[in-house]
Design a protein around this ligand. Structure first.
Ligand SMILES: N[C@@H](CCC(=O)N[C@@H](CS)C(=O)NCC(=O)O)C(=O)O
Length: 212
């Protein structure tokens, strides 16, 4: 399997597929193509029908869109627990993962993922504050219901979907809610997170639009 990704420092969608595969011990070849936003990322169009990353290639099958990749991994490796085993928990995990994929535009637009960034608050809009409040509710409800350390107990696709949000809440000093602090600590101590972060910190590419 080949996973095409963008810069580890900035590519939040790439991070989701990558951390899910690493956390579940899936063997894959990682192909990192640095962003060339000014040039329209022409290289992405060579492997992705949308010209975006992440894109997963499994022999002769190309899968794009983060959630479709996570669903494919669940189908392909049913024993790995990409989604929670319990049906009700699985339904809730899919709900919050879909909510993440289709929303939170305030925080996504104003607070780009940036592993290298020093922690520093910025002026944010009401849309960001509303997103943060909803995220605090989701995370605290999940940790309370499923006992942590991850949203549904064991690491699942829901955690993969929220991984870049963990970075954003920390780096823009957006929340000191106890559930956020506990979940951030759990995510940041996962070996897969550490591996991605170490590689991101070594990158020297700078994307000015993502340096808020
Ligand atoms: N809806 C897509 C979004 C993918 C996406 O926007 N990826 C960004 C990088 S994080 C990208 O490839 N941008 C390049 C471009 O738009 O030219 C998904 O869930 O995978």
């Amino acid at each position: 399997m080949k996973l095409f990704i963008g810069n580890k420092n900035y590519s939040s969608w790439s991070f989701r597929s990558w951390i899910a595969m690493k956390a579940k011990g899936i063997e894959f070849e990682e192909i990192l193509i640095p962003f060339d936003d000014a040039g329209g990322n022409p290289k992405f169009k060579e492997f992705s029908p949308t010209g975006k990353v992440p894109t997963l290639v499994d022999v002769d099958l190309t899968i794009w869109e983060s959630l479709a990749i996570l669903e494919y991994l669940h189908d392909r490796f049913p024993e790995k627990g990409f989604w929670p085993k319990d049906q009700k928990a699985r339904a809730l995990a899919r709900s919050v993962a879909n909510e993440m994929h289709g929303g939170f535009f305030g925080i996504r637009n104003e607070c780009p993922m940036n592993l290298r960034r020093e922690v520093r608050a910025i002026e944010v809009s009401d849309a960001v504050r509303k997103d943060v409040s909803r995220i605090e509710t989701i995370w605290s409800d999940c940790l309370k219901t499923f006992g942590g350390p991850f949203l549904f107990g064991e690491f699942s696709n829901a955690d993969a979907m929220f991984a870049p949000v963990v970075n954003r809440l920390e780096k823009y000093a957006l929340s000191s809610h106890p559930a956020v602090l506990a979940y951030t600590a759990a995510m940041k101590s996962h070996p897969a997170w550490k591996e991605w972060e170490a590689a991101a910190l070594k990158e020297t590419w700078v994307v000015p639009a993502d340096e808020a």
